[in-house]
Design a protein around this ligand. Structure first.
Ligand code: MN
Length: 299
């Protein structure tokens, strides 16, 4: 049996365990016949995998992916109204299985700094298209591996980089903002900012200037380098250019026109100045504290 099929088999077992653990909870929220059908489908898939019925990895993958997305919907139903992050009990996003994370607040929550209409377009249209583009690229690259046809690989790699960077940056962006935001960070992050940039005021000035000077669409990004063990401020052009790939983004500011044009027109600087009022520093501190646990040899 190919490595891929045996990996898929253990993946099925893992998913089935999650399913079984959740059954008592599902009873109230998910229709009985839907559960029976899901169970029948995964059992069928497991049988076909062990009988080696599948000729194409691609086919088997699609079946597994359907099951995964279906189960994710059931899990989400259990936790309606709770923090969406709690529902992600399955730790691996399957190939082509990225989903649009919900906004952690209402569309109008960041008013007057970011208007409702911008948030709606930005999250529902722009971010969704990055998720869809990333899924498409991942599936096409998987198809290329399965069929050994790499003619379009350059195109799909570009799509994966552009849309993947777009998806991950926006996912950070929604969470590092909050209607209760603004002010300054505290604790370790503040100490590190003072050490890396001189003071919070100097950091803020540097970050704002970098954001304002991004050429075209892009980002200002505060990153932690586990190798240098220092903070740095970087720009990204589009989503993926100008990256230092060895670092962990902590604070990200979207300066594509779609992020501010409705309210600020071409006044990017005003948008940046106002944006500091909604920065969710506790989330940035959380990211920083997690990132600091990475210990890589210094070079
Ligand atoms: Mn954006």
């Amino acid at each position: 049996m190919s490595q891929y099929f045996s990996a898929l088999q253990s993946w099925c077992e893992e998913v089935f365990t999650v399913y079984q653990e959740s059954i008592p909870l599902f009873r109230e929220k998910v229709e009985e016949h839907a559960l029976q059908e899901w169970e029948a489908n995964i059992t069928q898939l497991q049988e076909e995998l062990s009988d080696q019925t599948f000729l194409q990895e691609w086919e088997a993958y699609q079946r597994a992916n359907e099951l995964y997305l279906q189960l994710n919907d059931y899990l989400a139903a259990l936790h309606q109204g709770e923090d969406q992050r709690m529902t992600n009990q399955l730790e691996v996003v399957p190939i082509g299985g990225h989903t649009l994370p919900p906004l952690p607040y209402r569309y109008n929550a960041l008013e007057p700094y970011i208007d409702q209409e911008t948030m709606r377009l930005h999250h529902d249209k722009h971010h969704r298209s990055y998720v869809e583009g990333l899924n498409k690229a991942e599936k096409e690259m998987q198809k290329a591996r399965a069929t050994n046809n790499f003619e379009l690989i350059k195109h799909w790699e570009r799509e994966a980089a552009f849309n993947g960077a777009g998806h991950y940056l926006h996912t950070i962006f929604w969470n590092i903002m909050s209607p209760q935001g603004g002010g300054q960070p505290s604790g370790d992050l503040l100490r590190e900012i003072n050490q890396s940039f001189g003071s919070f005021a100097q950091f803020k000035k540097h970050f704002s200037e970098a954001a304002n000077a991004v050429e075209g669409g892009g980002w200002a990004i505060l990153v932690w380098s586990p190798r240098a063990r220092r903070l740095e401020i970087l720009q990204a052009e589009k989503h993926q250019n100008l990256s230092q790939w060895d670092v962990v983004p902590l604070l990200v500011l979207d300066v594509w026109e779609h992020a501010y044009y409705l309210r600020y027109k071409n006044e990017r600087k005003k948008y940046i100045d106002n944006w500091w009022n909604i920065v969710n520093w506790p989330e940035v501190e959380k990211r920083f504290n997690a990132a600091k646990h990475l210990r890589w040899p210094p070079y």
